[in-house]
Design a protein around this ligand. Structure first.
Ligand code: AHM
Ligand code: MG
Length: 336
């Protein structure tokens, strides 16, 4: 029998530390947690309830939607629209901002999310996850539009992800720390299991989709080439490689044992300056990684400082153990 504190208890204790806190953020996070439990349940049942496979539709970015992308998106909307804490939501799976239905009260926060990241892994029973970021709705705005969501990552009130792996976990940064909670599905609660997660400064493990090598820019080609050369190359040490194709799983691994994750700029499709989206993938993960002592950059600038121009804007992402990310940045400076 474990005696760790529950996520709800953690949030309420956290809230008590701020004398002026109204409890709205705590309530909003509770609704997000319920959405994640619900998604975990559906993902876990998988083929038994007929939710695997394609939805036979595309999202705004022209990507195939899985049935579970659509289901997870609906779950997040339904669990969060009623509570009175949100003024609007935006998601990878919806072209436009989702306004709160008129029968529900409006709140002061905005929720941005990727309901099921890494969903190409769904049909092969590999880890997927939900990524979320909470922003403040600009004052006096009742029906937020896309422009109201275009805030730099430094403005995030809170960010987190759920990973649906062998265990379901939620990793969250509210104050300055990053904490991980594991779902005990018999009890139906998340318990604090990973307190104050820290990214080791050094690593010998990289994650990148090497099949894109010919499309990368020279600084990234150089960095990976040197890693692959190992102990006989300029780095003088051997590296290991992992690629799950699920950012949530990669970030979770990096938070647990270090590493560097890259989805860099490439020329595969010249209209896209990267694959991952700034508002609901890069920003929340960058906040988590930075608060855990790591670093997150495009190679040329800190991700959290970027002023977004579009809701579904894509951005190069290089994040993880500080010393390695710094080396990639130095190669960009030297070779630009
Ligand atoms: P998604 O939001 O459509 O799932 O796409 C994002 C995912 C990331 O989780 C992962 O790092 C990347 O796409 C994998 O890309 P690739 O298929 O090129 O390996
Ligand atoms: Mg995604």
């Amino acid at each position: 029998m474990h005696n760790a504190i529950t996520l709800t208890q953690f949030l309420i204790q956290d809230q008590r530390r701020i004398v002026t806190a109204s409890g709205e953020l705590t309530s909003l996070l509770n609704d997000i947690v319920i959405a994640c439990k619900h998604i975990a349940n559906v993902v876990n049942k998988g083929a038994l309830i007929g939710v695997l496979g394609s939805a036979e539709s595309e999202n705004i970015q022209g990507e195939e939607q899985k049935k579970l992308d659509v289901i997870s998106n609906d779950i997040v909307l339904t669990r969060n629209e009623w509570g009175g804490h949100l003024a609007g939501m935006a998601s990878e799976e919806m072209e436009d901002v989702y306004n709160i239905p008129p029968q529900y009260p409006r709140g002061k926060y905005l929720l941005v999310f990727d309901p099921l990241d890494g969903s190409s892994n769904i049909d092969i029973n590999m880890s997927v996850g939900t990524i979320f970021s909470i922003l403040r709705c600009p004052e006096d705005v009742v029906e937020p539009t896309a422009t109201d969501f275009l805030q730099p990552g430094t403005e995030q009130v809170c960010a987190g992800y759920a990973v649906y792996g062998p265990s379901t976990m939620i990793v969250l940064t509210t104050g300055n720390a990053v904490n991980g909670f594991t779902l005990d599905s018999n009890v139906g609660e998340f318990f604090l299991t990973h307190e104050n997660m820290r990214v080791p400064e050094n690593t010998e493990e990289f994650a990148i989709n090497v099949s894109n090598e010919r499309f990368w820019e020279p600084p990234v080609q150089r960095y990976i080439d040197e890693c692959i050369k190992g102990a006989n190359g300029p780095r003088g040490k051997n590296f290991n490689m992992r690629w799950v194709a699920s950012m949530v799983a990669e970030v979770h691994r990096i938070l647990t044992r270090g590493g560097i994750f890259m989805y860099p700029k490439d020329t595969k499709d010249k209209s896209k300056p990267g694959k991952l989206r700034l508002l609901y993938e890069a920003n929340p993960m960058s906040l988590i990684i930075e608060r855990a002592g790591g670093m997150a950059t495009t190679g040329r600038e800190r991700i959290l400082d970027i002023l977004p121009e579009e809701l579904h804007q894509r951005i190069p992402v290089i994040l993880g153990s500080k010393k390695e990310v710094e080396i990639v940045c130095s190669y960009h400076r030297e070779m630009d």
